[in-house]
Each structure stands twice: as C-alpha cells, then as structure tokens.
Write a protein that binds this ligand. Sequence first.
Ligand code: ADP
Length: 390
Amino acid sequence: MEILFGAAILVIVALLFILWCVRQRAKAQARDCAEHAARLDALEHARRALDEQLTAFTRVTSDGIVQVAADGMVTYMNDTARDLLQVTNDSTRSLREVAWGYDLQPLVNQVLGESGGNVSQTVVKGERAFHVRAVAIGDGDQRGALLGIGEVTELQRLGRARREFVANISHELRTPVTSLQLLAETLNDEVLNDKELVTDLMNKARTQIDLLKQLTDELMDLALIESGQAPIRLVTLFAADLVNDALTPLRPQAERKHITLETHVPPDMEVLADPQAIRKVIGNLTHNALKFTPNGGHIALRAVWRNEGADVEISIQDNGIGIPEKDLPRIFERFYKVDRARTRTQGELRGTGLGLAISKHIVEAHGGKIWVESTEGKGSTFYFTLPSGE
Ligand code: ADP
C-alpha cells in the first residue's frame, strides 16, 4: 500500500514536472513568436519607408527613370519618363516599344554585358535630344538596368545659338575690318598726292568705322538688356514729344533722300515709357524705313489708343522695298537680315541685323508687343504697343 502510494506521488510529481516543462516551452515559443512578429513589423515599416523614399525620389527628380529587365521588358517608369517618352498607356512593353525612335537597347545591352559599369549617351530624335545614363542593378533573375533620362534639347539649342552668335559677330566684323585694311594699303605716295582721291578714301573709311561703332554699340546694348543690367525706368510722357525727339536726328537723312516723314500723334496722348529706350525703338524702326525706302518715298508714323485707352499702338509705315513673306517670322532674330546682297545695295550704312532684336527686347520689357506687316515691293508697317500714361 505504501509502495503504491509512493509510486502515485512520483507519477504525479513527474506529470507536474512535464506540465511545467511544456508550459515553459510554450511561453518561450510565444516569446519567440512575439519577437519574430515585432521584427517582421519593423522590417515592413522599413520597407514602406524605403518605398516612400523611392517614390518621392522618382517624383522629385527632373530625370525620367526607367527600369528594364534583362529580357528588355520595362518593369518601372516614373511620370517624368512617361512625359519625356510620351507614353500614354500602362501595358507592359519592351524598351524598344516604349522608347520608339530612340535606340536605347544597345545601351542596356552594354551595361548588362561583361564590361558593365555606368554608360551614358546622347540620343537625338527630330528636334529633341536626351542624355541617357544606364547602370546595371540586381543579380540572377533580378538582373536589369536602370536608365536616367534627362532632356538636353534646350542646352543643345543654347550651345548652337552661342556658336552662331560668335560666327555672326566674326562675319559682321570681317567686312569693315577688311575694307579698312584695303584702304590703308591703298594709301601710297601717289594716292596721297591726289586730294580728291584721299577725300573719297577717307569718306569710305569713315563709313566703315561708323559701321564698326554701330556694331559695338548695339552689341553692348544687347548684352546689357539681356543680362538685365539696363533696367527700364517708366515715366509718363507725351507721345508726341517722344516721337519728335526720336525723329530729329533722322530728318537730315530723310531730306537727303527726299522722303516725306509725317507724324500723326494726338497732342494729349500720354504713354508710360522709358524715354531713352523707346526713342531707340522709334529711331531703329524709322532708320530702317529710311534705309529700305527708295528716294522720293513716304514714311508715316502714327499713334492710336487701343484696349479702351489702356494701351497706345505706334506704327511706322513706309512704301519701300518690303520684306518677303518667308523672312517675316525671323525678322526679329539677332543678326537676321533679309538678304545681305539687298542690304548692301542700299547705299546707306549697312545694318548689323541687331536693331530689331534690341527693339523687341525693349518693347517686351515695357510689357508691350512688336510685330510687322509687309508686302514685298509695296512697303512695310512695323507696330508696337506701350502702356498708356493715362
Ligand atoms: P539692320 O541693322 O540690318 O537694319 P534690323 O534688325 O534693324 O537690322 O533689321 C533686320 C532686317 O530686316 C534688315 O536687314 C532688313 O533686311 C529687314 N528690314 C527691317 N526693316 C525693314 C523695312 N522697313 N523695310 C524692309 N526691310 C526691312
């Protein structure tokens, strides 16, 4: 009996011990589970933060970003890439389909090839140019390439414009400098004794020096205006005074060519303008009218109110040689001249092709517009607007 009792106690103790062990293990497992869940939670949190950072990065960057798998299929594109490549639908497509017209696949092949690394290239299609950089990402099944695409159309245009600008200046300088060189070489003892010939040569030299001066003055004006160093100071003025002041230095030239120069400006009309700058515009436009109108021609300068008196429109009309229709859209570009040969035959000082570009800058700085209507062989009318001073 006692033995039985002892055995029963032992069994109970053993069962209790096993129960205790099981509970301890369960507790440890529960603790492990909780720790695991917390770790998973933290990982998920970190993944979401990384995702958000990546999304923000791809949104904030001005580059288009395209991810391409090793088989050439696009697996991701940000909105900028969609805009740049003009992708309108979201279906899964190959890089060739997405970037039609720009052959980007060789770039991808190159980074995924043995040399790998970081490759970049400028690709051009029509008017647009892109700089594309590619890097390899991932490995094994996940291997692919990431492309960063930036538009460089404007940069390339600026580079071209700068090169053209320098080429144009060189071209404009060459003629007067060569003429002066020739004139200097002509001045030998025999020529110097011929007073009439010397006077003629000196007049020719003066013409070329005036042209050089006009070119350097206009280049300086353009540089100051374009760099914002020629601020416009608006004051209220009578339009008639502005017009008369601008025309005074040109009247002798009109008289020499027997060109009538008439003005129609209401005496009470006021404008809000920088007098020095607008005198230059009226002067440029009238000087052109005088240059491109044959002897005995007619020039009329008019000023009228527009926009219920809010603006003043000034026009300068001539009955000269006019401008061919094909040249009209480019006439306000720097250095643009309709036809160099035509300009040279005008007898007056050759122009620089900068006057209209400067006038456009000045008028736009006043918040106005400048435009031209012209018929070849009949004449031209240049118009510009200014804010009214009333
Ligand atoms: P330029 O110094 O050569 O006159 P502008 O910029 O003032 O330069 O003018 C550009 C070109 O526009 C001129 O070379 C000329 O061919 C054309 N042009 C300007 N005004 C007239 C006009 N009133 N009649 C005919 N052609 C004009």
